[in-house]
Each structure stands twice: as structure tokens, then as C-alpha cells.
Design a protein around this ligand. Structure first.
Ligand code: F6R
Length: 260
């Protein structure tokens, strides 16, 4: 994994957005894997800015979201459908028929999950996947002890995730207990992965994911086995990394960096 540490959340978001834009510039009909939550908001703002100001074109793009709460209608304030529409889709030119978000209201979850996996395959697979990380080390809603080869499925959220996400709801009791989520195996098939983390609350999860053993107890640690995964962190999220000086050194000494 490549680890890139930025001073601020804004710089981190800009760098990750540039990585997404590079993929789009090379392949205008790229398939992007999208995440929700507070972490990727800066990346979405930056991509919207590149679209409005710099002409970054999304007209041929296809997207797949990682997850959705079970039981929330798409219009619910906290549904990931609503989140994506408000924070990204309505501000760029992705054709609505190219947008895929797991259904939290289907009557047949098993069939829906199989269809979702099949759609990803039919669209040629995910070119670049944006990820956040939970304080318990999860990616998407692959909670501790999820199989590292899991596929899209219904998942019961961990208590820690419910506690963490209660901030978005008026009470903890309102946080859904189930979600539909892409599996770790599904995510690992993306050609390129960008994992983002900011804030001190993520420092332990980041250190465990990057420097700990590969374990289903920290599903983000599976990314150590991915050939093209980059971790974008701000200073507080990087604070528990033991090898942080080395990561900075790598960035300074990149073979294509200008030599003094
Ligand atoms: C959201 C998702 C989750 C979040 C994670 C961090 O689609 O897949 O894994 O990325 O829970 O959430 P925030 O960014 O709100 O701290």
C-alpha cells in the first residue's frame, strides 16, 4: 500500500480527487466505486469543482455505491441514495441510468445482491474505488470477522458502527441495524483503490489496516494484498503509524521526483 500523508483534510481530498480525475482522463467511460459518510465529502466537492470549473466530464461514467441501509426509503434524509444525490450526482453530469446504489428496500435481498454483483461485472468491473474506513477498521459495511472473500450481501452492523453513525440520526435507536454492502472480495477486484481517512478517531484503525496483520478483524487490512491501493490520510489520522517517516521519505524520493 502506498501511504500519502497530507497536512489537512482539504489537501488530502484534493489529492484523492486528482487521482480519480486521472483515471477519468485516461478512460472517460470509467466505472467508479463510491463511498458515503463524512470522509469522502471533500473529494466529491473537489470533483464537482473540477467538473464545473475545469470541464471534467462524467457523461460516460458509471458508478456503483458500496452500501445502503436496509429499511430507509431512498428519500430518507440519511439514506445513502439521498446522500449521493445531494452531495454529488445532482451536481455533475452522470446519466442517472449509469448510477447504481444498493437497494435498502428490495423484497428479495439475495436476488438483489446477486444482480448487483452481475451488474458490476457486465459494466467491466470497477476502475477506481473510493473507500472510507470505520473506527473498527471496516471498509464498506464489512464489519470485524467478515470474510475477506465476501461478496455483496445483507450485513448486521456492529454496535460500534451504530454508535459512530448515531451522530447523523436524531437518536441511536433510529440507526438501521442492517445494511446491504459490497463484500471485501468485491472491493478487492477494483483495479485501483483509494482509502481515505481523516481525524484522530481513525488513527488506530489506519495503523491496524496499514501496519497490522491481514485479518478479518480489520477488514481494511485486506488492502495490503491489493496491487494498487493508496491510503490518503491527514496528520491526525496518520498519528499512530509507526513507519510514517518512511512514508514521507518515499514520497520525497519518488524515482520521477526532480533530483536536487
Ligand atoms: C460508507 C462506508 C463506510 C464509511 C465508514 C466511515 O459508504 O462504506 O465504510 O466509509 O463507516 O464513515 P465516515 O466517513 O462517516 O467516518
Amino acid at each position: 500500500m502506498e501511504v500519502i500523508i497530507h497536512q489537512t483534510y482539504a489537501e488530502m481530498s484534493r489529492a484523492a480527487a486528482e487521482a480519480v480525475a486521472d483515471v477519468l482522463n485516461a478512460k472517460p467511460n470509467a466505472v467508479i466505486g463510491m463511498a458515503t459518510g463524512s470522509t469522502p465529502l471533500g473529494v466529491y466537492q473537489e470533483l464537482v469543482r473540477m467538473h464545473k470549473g475545469g470541464g471534467l466530464d462524467f457523461s460516460q461514467v458509471t458508478t456503483f455505491n458500496l452500501d445502503e441501509y436496509v429499511g430507509l426509503p431512498t428519500t430518507h434524509e440519511q439514506s445513502y441514495h439521498r446522500f449521493m444525490h445531494e452531495n454529488f450526482f445532482r451536481q455533475v453530469n452522470i446519466p442517472p441510468q449509469n448510477v447504481h446504489i444498493p437497494s435498502g428496500t428490495t423484497s428479495n435481498y439475495r436476488a438483489f445482491c446477486a444482480w448487483y454483483e452481475q451488474r458490476i461485472e457486465e459494466c467491466g468491473g470497477i476502475d477506481v474505488q473510493i473507500l472510507g474506513i470505520g473506527s473498527d477498521g471496516h471498509i464498506a459495511f464489512n464489519e470485524p470477522a467478515s470474510s475477506l472473500s465476501s461478496r455483496t450481501r445483507l450485513k448486521t452492523l456492529a454496535k460500534q458502527t451504530i454508535d459512530d453513525n448515531a451522530r447523523f440520526f436524531s437518536s441511536r435507536d433510529e440507526v438501521p441495524v442492517y445494511a446491504i454492502t459490497m463484500g471485501v472480495g468485491t472491493i478487492m477486484e477494483a483495479r485501483k483503490i483509494l482509502l481515505l481517512a481523516n481525524g484522530a478517531k481513525k488513527a488506530e484503525a489506519v495503523a491496524a489496516a496499514v501496519e497490522g496483520p491481514v485479518t478479518s478483524m480489520i477488514t481494511a487490512s485486506a488492502l495490503q494484498m491489493h496491487p494498487d491501493a493508496t491510503v490518503y490520510v491527514d496528520e491526525p489520522a496518520a498519528s499512530k503509524l509507526k513507519m510514517r517517516e518512511y512514508y514521507d521519505w518515499i514520497q520525497k524520493k519518488k524515482p520521477d521526483a526532480p533530483r536536487v
